[in-house]
Design a protein around this ligand. Structure first.
Ligand SMILES: Cc1cc2nc3c(=O)[nH]c(=O)nc-3n(C[C@H](O)[C@H](O)[C@H](O)COP(=O)(O)OP(=O)(O)OC[C@H]3O[C@@H](n4cnc5c(N)ncnc54)[C@H](O)[C@@H]3O)c2cc1C
Length: 456
């Protein structure tokens, strides 16, 4: 469904961030007859659907891409890629608010990195999951950076991102060993059983059994049956993908990294770990340190402990998240959850909304982000229905103002025609040299040069 000129609502909505949440939100806004301007940091749309989801998941990625193209082709949608919002970026939040749109939604994902803040975590050989994921998905700026993974890589965390990184390390880097490290036990593993199929052919079964033997008393102490937990965990090692790599994978449970230990060249040589026990916490368990420390030799470490939002954007920020309205409205979905809120004044920031991982960092898969975008659209529609006075500034005026600011900042936005040129170039490439997935441009400069040439 797309709105024709006579069906337009008179509202212009700006969506910042073209990942799954932003694209879902933009679609709902366009379908409701609003004019939509999408601003996106990356030249290409898709967010983590383009630069996060494992490259070999071509079917999922292809399906999303098609939906996103269809949405962008609607006449009441305008796309500006290569436009970052934030302090010192192409536009500030205040610049945006001055353009005259009826509502602005931020769906910029969670671009900050969450560190557990241990001594030595800036040593050579320590990496953050998002950077690694952006690297193997070849997001410009990350694809060409060296990620020197050596023989034995510890991944801190046991979620799906850990599995994707292990998959890459095993299949493409062919490292000797990957060890996934968990603060809690095997029963509290977080990855999806389907995802583990990508790496389960490489499980060091004997090593995993030894690990269970090492921790079994601590599992029994909280009423868990180690044999059952082991059987449950290994029963998921079915339909394992064959990769042809000699790598091995195992787990270290009930272990909290306390320090990254380095050699004379400031390169990781080990993790200092603290042994944990489990304690019941409601229906769940919590890890409690036992003050027993030991060295665990590894030569590379990847922190995959989730993400937090980018605090430099200029949105109200506190403790890793953007602040939303604490005063619930009782609507379903609750408007408050999506409204940006200024704690100093104790007021919502009128017309400013949040959706997707920008609202709840690292929360769920694409379907969850899409649903969040849909919910945010409902909230914005409710807002626009009662704030009719906000309509009035014409799309062309807003676009004109936007282009003036972008020109003054020497920004180089890429529009839908630019994206079509890039798409045509991509189709001429059969695949990437490392066969990890489809072709990706190495840099923004490369893409911008193609767009310029394509425009003749
Ligand atoms: C490693 C990894 C693997 C995953 N694998 C899967 C999977 O297999 N299947 C699945 O369903 N889900 C998967 N997910 C989850 C899925 O990617 C997320 O649920 C979803 O992408 C979140 O959508 P989002 O729109 O909130 O944020 P994002 O996808 O992060 O999109 C944010 C967008 O905002 C833009 N942006 C960022 N900052 C700014 C700024 N300052 N100004 C302007 N634009 C900005 C970015 O360019 C980007 O386009 C995976 C996630 C990760 C991290």
């Amino acid at each position: 469904m797309s709105a024709t000129g006579s069906e337009l609502s008179g509202h212009v909505v700006i969506v910042v961030g073209a990942g799954p949440a932003g694209m879902a939100l933009a679609k709902k806004m366009a379908d409701a007859g609003h004019e939509v301007i999408i601003l996106n940091r990356d030249i290409k749309f898709g967010g983590l659907a383009e630069y996060g989801i494992f490259p070999s998941k071509l079917k999922l990625r292809g399906g999303l891409k098609k939906q996103y193209w269809d949405m962008l082709e609607q006449p009441n949608v305008r796309y500006f890629g290569n436009v970052s919002v934030g302090e010192g970026k192409d536009l500030t939040v205040e610049d945006l608010r001055g353009l005259g749109a009826s509502a602005i939604a931020f769906s910029i994902g969670a671009q900050g990195t969450k560190a557990i803040g241990v001594e030595g975590d800036s040593a050579m050989g320590v990496f953050h999951a998002k950077d690694v994921v952006y690297h193997f998905n070849r997001l410009p700026g990350f694809g060409d950076r060296p990620f020197d993974m050596r023989k034995h890589v510890a991944i801190i965390g046991v979620g799906d991102v850990m599995v994707d990184i292990a998959h890459w390390l095993i299949r493409y880097k062919k490292v000797e060993r990957v060890t996934a490290i968990a603060r809690r036990g095997p029963a509290e593993r977080k990855y999806n059983p389907k995802e583990i199929r990508a790496v389960c052919a490489h499980m060091d079964r004997a090593g995993i059994e030894q690990e269970f033997a090492r921790i079994k008393d601590r599992l029994v102490a909280v009423g868990q049956n180690p044999d059952e937990v082991l059987a449950g965990m290994t029963s998921e090692f079915t339909k394992c993908e064959q990769t042809g790599s000699p790598s091995k994978m195992d787990f270290r449970f009930l272990a909290s990294p306390k320090r990254v230990l380095v050699d004379a060249n400031n390169r990781v040589r080990a993790l200092e770990m603290e042994d944990n026990k489990l304690e019941p916490k409601g229906d769940d368990t919590a890890a409690v340190g036992l003050k027993r420390y030991y060295e665990f030799p590894v030569d590379s470490v990847v922190f995959a402990v989730g993400d937090r939002v980018d605090e430099t954007v200029g949105l109200p920020y506190k403790n890793g998240v953007y602040v939303t309205n604490p005063n619930k409205t009782g609507n379903d979905p609750d408007d408050a959850l999506f409204q940006a809120y200024d704690e100093k004044s104790g007021m919502i920031i009128d017309g400013l909304f949040l959706a997707g991982w920008a609202r709840k960092a690292s929360e769920g898969l694409v379907g969850i982000a899409k649903r969040d975008g849909d919910w945010c659209a409902e909230v914005i529609n409710r807002y626009l229905a009662v704030n009719t006075s906000r309509s009035g500034t014409a799309m062309d005026d807003i676009i004109g103002r936007l282009q003036t600011v972008l020109k003054a900042r020497k920004s180089q936005p890429v529009d839908l025609d630019g994206l079509r040129i890039l798409e045509a170039v991509e189709k001429t490439h059969p695949g990437s040299p490392d066969a990890i997935g489809e072709f990706k441009f190495a840099s923004n400069a490369d893409m911008l040069a193609h767009v310029e040439r394509g425009r003749g």
